[in-house]
Design a protein around this ligand. Sequence first.
Ligand code: NDP
Length: 393
Amino acid sequence: MATVIIIGAGGVGRVVAHKCAQNSDVFTKIILASRTKAKCDEIASEIKNVKIETRSVDADNLIELTELLADIKPAMVINVALPYQDLTIMDACASYGCDYLDTANYEHPDEAKFEYKHQWARDEEFKEAGIMGLLGSGFDPGATNVFCAYAQKHYFDEIHTIDILDCNAGDHGYPFATNFNPEINLREVSSKGRYWENGKWIETQPLEIKMVWDYPEVGPKDSYLLYHEEMESLVKHIKGLKRIRFFMTFGQSYITHMKCLENVGMLGIDPVMHNGVEIVPIQFLKTLLPDPASLGPRTKGKTNIGIVAEGLKDGKKKKIYIYQVKDHEECYKEVKSQGVSYTTGVPAVIGAKLMLEGKWQAKGVWNMEQMDPDPFMEEMNKQGLPWKVIELE
Ligand code: NDP
């Protein structure tokens, strides 16, 4: 049906390549491009049912990227490089004229702050180019936004509160490692927390608010309030919302290591001089830490990510929990990646599939909850991410 180019050959890129190949009736030609071509070749060699073409590209370079697109002529780009590349890749799609999808909100490398305004600002340009941009089609953002839209469509007249609950109970056996890109992960977790209540954003100190949540199939876990990007679009699109928060689980060892690294300056994003060479501490730390893509064969345990929504239906109070549980070892067996990459990569492929099939098609730039949730929820069940709904009240 269509040619697709995947940009980024990390943990998530591997899952996206494998899953596109599993859906080769939709993704009839698959190109995997990244900064380091050898990583693309390694992934391509794991996939036997179809031939994956590989290319090298610097996605920070608009001209190089646009030339690559003109050469390949894809129907769409699945961007699973880093959030720093989002704008360049969006601009290349607009200039060449193909659809765009990503899993993470644009961030500038010099400022640990993510917001949608730069990507939303490209809405007119995308409309004029006659193309679609789908933002945040991972798990969170991504499936969690769709869960909110599904709750709104099928369970509520008005949703008053949403808690997004992200638990990774996987154990990789290292004292400290991050499950996705360490730089992006540590910037997110060590930043101030933020949630939205009664029309205002309320800021907290990093990891200041903690609760214990009993995650089905996992058990009770310490869960910390963080700012997370999907809240920015959900407050615009969910009717009647009064409060939205995001919680993520961390074990004590992760927090102790992170605090220590922060206290000695290793999470810094400003360059420092070391023996006459300029280095960025957090980038150096990334070099030292285990590559998230290498955690796959070592990680045991489950992820459980979901939303709890409370509100009104036919004048009565209602509370539901929609969640998805995934086993890390099962993911590795299927696509040679741990669960965090899997739960991000599969929704990216589902979003891309729905766009190419025309089930999710609209010109301009869109967030996930603006689309009809039903076909996405259906695909989750088929593509390895079955979910459950529990009525709590
Ligand atoms: P990795 O660091 O493992 O992989 C990133 C890949 O992008 C690497 O192959 C890297 O190349 C490549 N890359 C980086 N810069 C460039 C560039 N300028 N040009 C071309 N390629 C480049 O990250 P992950 O796979 O863990 O994460 C991928 C994305 O998924 C990130 O944006 C992350 O924030 C997002 N994510 C989203 C989640 C969600 O639920 N929504 C959850 C987890 C992650 P090289 O190997 O040469 O460095």
